[in-house]
Ligand binder design. Structure first.
Ligand code: 4H6
Length: 225
């Protein structure tokens, strides 16, 4: 898979290439990540990429010319273009999994008050939001999407790590986890986890998952199969 990120802040997005599982996946050529500076495509003498909003009101809108030229410089027949915006459809593990099967993903990051609607109408295949809050730009949303999609690419995670992909699919949150020491400042690890009784441990974890979900995300339980 190839991911191209169209942004006004390429260095910011490039920084994720240096870390953890994404770094390993890129080194192992599971996918490539490129950033393209939208400003490089501006034909304005001051490299301007924004303009006033028709109809008035506060804030600027990203102007179509640099966006169209930037998109056309990377787009092919099998590209899928995602626009990160607070107006988009909410990102879930299911969306990430389906995005992971594209040969070429283009992620468009907006700034100011957003982009000219005609660019959306012409080029955007899917408008995605990472949650109900506003960010100063689409870059952090694109980085979240890249992280979550890359984990779904076959071979990016080890067998052990892959298990937690399934965990969200069954609409339950993770169970409580412990590691050494057995006693930390007087707080003991639940004895069942030290018992070696795998059936009991399994039961404990199911119950722990259920309780955490009930407490933090009761909405997930309604969708449970
Ligand atoms: C597109 C349109 C994504 C992108 C408007 C982006 C939240 C998310 C942006 C804007 C984003 C998300 C610019 C509107 C700043 C508000 C960039 N915010 N905004 N939830 N911001 O995925 O002003």
């Amino acid at each position: 898979m190839r991911i191209d990120v169209l942004t006004l802040f390429p260095e910011f997005v490039d920084s994720i290439k240096e870390y953890s599982i994404i770094k390993r996946a890129i080194d192992e050529e599971k996918f490539t990540l490129n950033t393209i500076n939208i400003r490089d495509f501006s034909k304005n003498k001051h490299k301007k990429v924004d303009d006033y909003s028709y109809g008035g009101g506060p804030g600027m809108v990203m102007t179509p010319q640099p966006l169209a030229d930037c998109i056309e410089s990377v787009k092919t027949e099998n590209s899928f273009l995602v626009y990160l915006s607070p107006r988009g459809k909410k990102l879930t593990a299911k969306t990430s999994k389906s995005l992971a099967s594209y040969e070429h993903l283009i992620l468009l990051c907006g700034h100011y008050e957003g982009i000219d609607q005609r660019i959306i109408d012409l080029y955007v295949d899917q408008e995605i939001s990472i949650g109900d809050y506003v960010l100063t730009g689409g870059e952090l949303a694109a980085m979240v999407l890249i992280d979550s999609v890359s984990r779904m690419i076959p071979g990016v995670l080890g067998n052990k790590e892959s298990a937690d992909i399934e965990s969200f699919e069954d609409n339950l949150l993770e169970y409580d986890q412990y590691t050494r020491p057995e006693d930390f400042r007087g707080m003991k690890v639940p004895s069942v986890l030290l018992s070696g009784n795998h059936k009991k441990i399994e039961e404990y974890r199911k119950e722990s998952s259920f309780q955490r979900t009930l407490e933090n995300r009761p909405d997930l339980l309604k969708n449970k199969k």
